[in-house]
Design a protein around this ligand. Structure first.
Ligand code: TMP
Length: 212
């Protein structure tokens, strides 16, 4: 196994099962002797998690699209500076549940802010840090949204602002993920999220193993 830092992100629609897969990958990597930092966006260190609560609070219906995207990048900047970059410098594997690709598809395309704006913000917040590898857990928007909404309905403090968006919004996000993967096939690997969990886990490992 190599001992240099590697940055791997998981992307996909809400309810795609990406979080489960990320944790399974973390277990495999640790079993293989790697030190792994697991983070999730928006979130990570305490300041970034506090920003997450503001962004996803279902009561914040008046939040403007620009305020929203700046908060995502404020959270990301904190995560990059406090957790991700130091871990990579220590030679660890960093796994992040979502990163800038989420802002490209949800805010750039879904909210219509434009991809160029998102990439400008990325330059400020991440200063050149890009994932080495991105796993896109692909599921159709209809079943994944239904799953995410059912999960939130069962939560005492649900995070629902994006789940409340229309089906049309989620279809645009889904198409944008595919466009991203087509534009960067070397970095972004699509994994079929409809397969049984164990099969998906194996597929993720096949993609990741040569990089670690
Ligand atoms: P999660 O359910 O994977 O924790 O993500 C929370 C929500 O935040 C999800 O609906 C996607 C959304 N999101 C964005 O819209 N833009 C972003 O940059 C990130 C990181 C998440």
């Amino acid at each position: 196994m190599k001992q240099s830092g590697i940055f791997i992100t998981f992307e996909g629609m809400d309810g795609s099962g990406k979080t489960t897969q990320m944790h399974r990958l973390a277990d495999r990597l640790r079993a293989a002797g790697r030190t792994v930092l697991v983070t999730a966006e928006p979130g990570g260190p305490p300041i970034a998690r506090a920003i997450r609560r503001i962004i996803l609070d279902a009561a914040n219906t008046e939040m403007s699209s620009v305020a929203e995207v700046l908060l995502y990048f404020a959270s990301r900047a904190q995560n990059v500076d406090q957790w991700i970059r130091p871990a990579l410098e220590r030679g660890e594997v960093v796994l992040s549940d979502r990163f800038t690709d989420s802002s490209v598809v949800y805010q750039g395309v879904g909210r219509g802010l434009g991809v160029a704006t998102i990439l400008d913000l990325d330059r400020i917040a991440c200063r050149g840090l890009k994932p080495d590898l991105t796993i896109l857990v692909d599921v159709d928007p209809e079943p994944s949204l239904a799953r995410a909404r059912a999960r939130n309905a069962a939560e005492p403090h649900p995070e629902t602002r994006l789940d409340d968006e229309s089906m049309d919004f989620h279809r645009r996000v889904h198409a944008a993920y595919h466009a991203l993967a087509a534009a960067e096939p070397g970095r972004i690997k699509i994994i079929d999220g409809r397969a049984p969990i164990e099969d998906i886990e194996r597929s993720v490992w096949e993609v990741v193993a040569p990089h670690v």
